[in-house]
Design a protein. Structure first.
Lengths: 480, 232
């Protein structure tokens, strides 16, 4: 009975962990977030606020009606104005040159192949070698130079020259690495997992067990503005000089903080060929740029109708599906300090909210089940404990006996419960984009959590009643 | 003869309500090979006295010496060691472990003291034979009658050749025939092996088995009757 209830508790835990990790849907969250869709349709114009620093002076600005932007669609609060470094000009994407053959298509302003690979940055410290997951992104140098005001984007070092396409040079996202940020001029070591063919729908199969190592010179650090988020005021704002207008809600520009490494497109293509054994021909992700968000939505709908096998998303849809939210909080005025927090909501906002609540509930129920079982188990056996003490068992013997039994029950129950549910969800693993190695890692992690928690809870809550019984005078135990 | 078990001014108060003195004062000495019957009406403190003598409970006042070792000087582990090595218990409700067979129940105290397996098996068989339960060795308590269970409990109490066997109402849950059988068993071990017994019973009819009868009343030893003639 006790093993059965441990099984139920562990099965519940395994199930809820699978739900909350997206495992049951065969999901591989980072990969899906990165790829997102087969075709992404970008509206062309975005507003950029400057990155700022501790020394920056800030001013509150109204959104210029002359500035062609769709940013208010992403951040409606922007219509009320935004916080900007003093003197920083608002910047927008320029229209990209249309690729040959697509120039005549109405609504399309530019098109890119998404050169993306999952990789790991090798970080050597005194404590040893560790791997930081990164996205390796191939950049079209000519297109970037035309589209971006590179001087604003590259905040340290310099951007690639056209002649460097194919060379082992890289730029890193200043906002994406925290303390592991590679310095400009330093050496960058990146491990890229190999690609072992593709699934029937063309998705690359990533093999994390075999990686290849590449070395780069860090040419610089870049920072890409993502947009602005409402600024929560942790300190009272000085409305006479600062951005506070009565009733207005200030916003804060945030930068994309993915740990990303940019390499020239030609270099990326070499890496791709090295890890996949094939030349880079296409990727399922295409970025199509349009002049406005409204065009983007229309175009996305048309593409989705014309290409039923492809997932077509606009960027706002992509952002919503990625489940990433940014929150900016003003924590000090002098010096001016704003903390930007990144919140991760997995992939599906509504479904995740419901699931996370259910998961927590089921987890709590499972925990209570273990606790109740242990209490009942020991309480029911008080007389047996009394008999054992009468024939010479000490309190310590009783504790050891019960904790050993508890350990056995908890291990057997949690293992059976875990395996029962996990074997069912293995089907979804095989049907997913998750590699076997990563699936194995996920399985081991879940096993560790489920078995560890069940055993730990059982031992803790088995110990208390057993300890109490062990300390109770034998005569009382026998008279129960 | 010097007593092997000696209780002095023993008293036990339970913290119920304003406090209840279940045992007000008891002085008792038991010599080697003696068969002592403690008798008296219900609630007179017999079981409390026996629990204290067996180290199953701690006295509020007074002390007990077993072969010169004072219980008050022993911690819980020391008392557990004492019960393991020196004492055997027989209870009214048998108190066998229901998941274990008769054989395993008898062997339990021997496992506690770490007796070698071969020796344990031999001794278990011997004891089951002595109490007439060899044919039930692989049965669990639920498959046995009350009388049979009590015989197994007696064999368990004797397993480690204790200095004293303490029996609390060993016949309280048995019919008269089984009660006589159990008392006969005690007397046989007492006479043939010199095993010391302290038996608590509310039935004064068993006084014929004892060398000495201790009559209790209202938490105190009221009378001690020595019965020299009962020994053959």
């Amino acid at each position: 009975m006790i093993i059965l209830s441990m099984m139920v508790a562990s099965a519940l835990m395994t199930m809820t962990l699978a739900l909350s990790s997206g495992y049951a849907e065969g999901a591989d969250l980072p990969w899906r977030q990165m790829i997102g869709a087969d075709i992404l349709v970008y509206p062309n114009h975005f507003i950029f606020g400057g990155p700022g620093s501790a020394d920056t002076s800030w001013e509150w600005r109204d959104l210029s009606p002359d500035l062609p932007t769709d940013a208010t669609f992403f951040h409606p609060g922007l219509a009320e104005g935004y916080l900007s470094p003093v003197g920083a000009p608002p910047a927008t994407f320029d229209l990209a040159a249309l690729p040959a053959g697509l120039a005549g298509v109405e609504g399309i302003a530019g098109i890119d192949a998404g050169r993306l690979l999952r990789a790991s940055l090798v970080v050597e410290t005194a404590a040893g070698r560790s791997l930081v997951p990164v996205t390796l992104r191939g950049r079209d140098i000519a297109a970037d130079t035309e589209r971006f005001d590179i001087g604003d984007v590259v905040i340290s070092g310099r951007y690639f020259r056209l002649s460097q396409d194919g060379e082992w040079v890289a730029l890193v996202n200043q906002a994406g690495f925290g303390q592991n940020l590679p310095p400009t001029g330093g050496r960058l070591v990146v491990e890229v997992p190999t690609l072992n063919g593709r699934t029937a729908d063309g998705t690359p199969l990533v093999d994390f067990s075999v990686s290849k190592t590449f070395y780069f010179i860090v040419y610089g650090q870049y920072r890409l503005a993502l947009g602005s988020v409402p600024l929560e005021l942790g300190v009272p704002l000085d409305t006479s000089t600062g951005p506070g207008q009565a009733g207005a809600r200030p916003t804060w520009p945030v930068a994309i903080d993915e740990p990303e490494v940019w390499v020239p497109a030609g270099t990326f293509d070499k890496i791709y060929e090295e890890v996949s054994g094939q030349p880079f021909r296409f990727t399922r992700q295409l970025k199509i740029t349009t002049a406005s968000l409204f065009e983007a939505k229309t175009l996305a709908a048309e593409l989705a109708a014309a290409l039923p096998d492809c997932t077509v998303l606009t960027v706002p849809q992509e952002v919503a599906l990625s489940g990433i939210r940014y929150r900016a909080r003003l924590t000090s005025l002098d010096p001016y300090v704003v903390k930007v927090l990144r919140q991760h909501f997995a992939h599906s906002t509504l479904a995740l909210d419901v699931k996370s609540q259910l998961s927590l509930l089921a987890f709590a129920v499972a925990g209570l089940l273990v606790v109740a079982n242990m209490y009942i188990l020991v309480t029911q056996r008080r007389r047996e404990i009394g008999i054992l003490k009468a024939v010479g068992a000490s309190g310590r013997d009783i504790l050891v006996l019960f904790l050993t039994e508890t350990l056995g029950y908890a291990l057997a129950g949690s293992l059976l419960g875990f395996l029962g549910v996990r074997l069912l969800t293995l089907a979804s693993l095989f049907g997913s984009r998750t590699s076997l190695v990563e699936g194995g890692f996920l399985t081991l992690t879940t096993a560790g959590v489920v078995i560890g928690l069940t055993v730990g809870t059982s031992l803790v809550f088995g110990f208390l009643p057993a300890w109490e019984a062990a300390r109770t005078p034998t005569a009382s135990l026998l008279s129960d | 003869m010097k007593p092997i078990l000696e209780a002095t001014s023993l008293a036990r108060r339970f913290p119920v309500g304003d406090g209840v003195w279940a045992l007000k004062r008891a002085d008792l000495g038991v010599v080697q090979g003696e068969f002592v019957l403690v008798t008296g009406p219900s609630g007179c403190g017999k079981t409390t006295l026996l629990n204290l003598l067996g180290g199953l409970d701690r006295p509020t006042r007074g002390d007990i010496l077993l072969r010169g070792t004072a219980y008050s000087k022993l911690d819980e582990s020391g008392l557990a060691r004492l019960r393991r090595r020196e004492l055997g218990f027989v209870f009214q409700f048998f108190n066998l472990l229901s998941d274990l067979t008769a054989e395993e129940n008898v062997a339990l105290p021997m496992r506690m003291i770490g007796l070698p397996k071969a020796e344990m098996v031999t001794r278990t068989k011997e004891l089951l034979g002595v109490v007439g339960m060899s044919h039930r060795s692989n049965h669990t308590p639920l498959e046995m009658s009350g009388g049979e269970q009590q015989r197994i409990a007696v064999a368990r109490a004797l397993a480690c050749s204790p200095t004293i066997v303490l029996a609390d109402e060993p016949t309280g849950n048995l019919d008269s025939r089984n009660s006589e059988d159990i008392m006969e068993l005690f007397r046989r071990f007492n006479r043939e092996n010199g095993q010391t017994f302290v038996v608590v019973s509310h039935d004064p009819g068993f006084s014929g088995y004892a060398d000495r009868v201790v009559r209790m009343h209202d938490g105190e030893v009221a009378e001690v009757e020595k019965k020299e003639s009962s020994r053959p």
